[in-house]
Design a protein around this ligand. Structure first.
Ligand code: LMR
Length: 355
């Protein structure tokens, strides 16, 4: 009997011990879950944040495009992605935003292609060649074709992914004296945004180009740091450049376009389904932006004229031709800057239009 009792006690003790062990293991597993699993679960409910920084105001083609992307991205991902748009150089100026993207302090930008040299991709400046595109449709066709794809390949080794090209129409050029003949440019200091091609065509016209950040242009014009600048009507209006420039000339001498870019590590790290939804949002936001650019610029031009603060001179065809003749050597010069390959691709793409 006593042997049986002892055996019972031993069996109960063994069961208790086993139970305690199970409890211990369970508690251990729970602690591990707390340490690892639960924070992951909580994290999974947090939206992925895309900080989209840019330098224009919200009421420009780019500003509206960024807002459209935000709306569609949040809708298509069912709120799993939150897009925070920071317009008007609020977070970073031109050069700083490129650095911020490389450091992943922001995830998305849409700089003008004139500003890609600091990224080590000066080939993008080919799109700044004077009198390159006949109209916005031609720009859209070229940027969506092999030239656009080739340019995006140049970003791959830089850890940057190109998602889309956006339109902002044609530059006008301004000063406090009328700019009609090339000789009118002589000796004037012009602000340019970064492209060496623009530097070149202003020099060919006799001007003295100087790079300044977009957010500094109004003050530079106002205080006479520079005498003039070039930009699109929507930028003249929303940055109020027209208030400090008496004469604006419209000759469609160069085009302003953006490339929407993301940090590759961030982009490829996204779940594939989310990336697909964001691609769809970007495609639709691109079509939207490109569809409003022309009208936005026409409206801006009318508003600037309506202000009575400046005169807009639309150049006649012979006047345009005189600018064109003067600026054409920029094409030859460009070979040493952007390389022959992109120039050949561009001329091939232009030709196919007429085939
Ligand atoms: C400029 O600096 O003039 C433009 O690139 C600004 C912009 O983004 O439209």
């Amino acid at each position: 009997m006593s042997t049986t009792k002892a055996a019972d006690r031993a069996a109960r003790a063994a069961t208790r011990h086993a139970g305690a062990k199970v409890q211990l293991v369970f508690a251990g597993a729970f602690a591990a879950l707390l340490a690892l699993g639960l924070p992951f679960a909580a994290k999974a409910q947090q939206p992925i944040v895309i900080k989209f920084s840019h330098v224009t105001t919200p009421d420009t083609p780019k500003g509206k495009g960024a807002e459209k992307f935000k709306e569609l991205a949040e809708k298509y991902t069912g709120g799993k992605v939150k897009v925070e748009v920071y317009p008007n150089s609020q977070l970073y100026k031109d050069k700083e935003e490129i650095e911020a993207l490389q450091l992943a302090a922001v995830q998305m930008l849409a700089p003008s292609t004139a500003k890609f040299a600091p990224l080590g991709a000066k080939e993008f400046e080919a799109l700044d060649l004077p009198f390159l595109f006949a109209n916005d449709d031609e720009y859209t066709r070229i940027s969506k074709g092999p030239v656009g794809q080739w340019l995006f390949q140049k970003l791959v080794p830089k850890g940057i992914t190109g998602l889309a090209f956006w339109d902002n129409g044609f530059h006008m050029v301004s000063a406090n004296r009328p700019l009609i003949a090339p000789a009118d440019f002589q000796g004037l200091k012009f602000r340019i945004s970064g492209s060496k091609i623009a530097d070149q065509y202003f020099r060919l016209m006799g001007g003295l180009p100087q790079i300044l950040a977009f957010s500094e242009v109004y003050q530079a014009l106002q205080t006479g740091v520079v005498d003039g600048c070039e930009n699109t009507p929507s930028n003249y209006l929303t940055q109020k450049f027209y208030e400090v420039q008496k004469h604006v000339s419209a000759a469609n001498h160069a085009h302003l376009q953006y490339a929407v870019i993301v940090n590759t590590k961030f982009w490829t790290g996204l779940p594939a389904d989310i990336r697909g939804q964001l691609d769809q949002a970007m495609n639709e936001a691109t079509d939207y932006t490109n569809s409003i650019a022309r009208k936005e610029n026409e409206d801006a031009m009318a508003a600037i004229e309506g202000s009575g603060k400046t005169t807009i001179q639309v150049l006649t065809e012979p006047q345009r031709q005189a600018w064109k003749t003067k600026m054409m050597p920029a094409y030859d010069w460009a070979k040493g800057r952007v390389g022959k390959e992109v120039l050949d691709l561009l001329s091939k793409a232009m030709d196919t239009k007429t085939n």
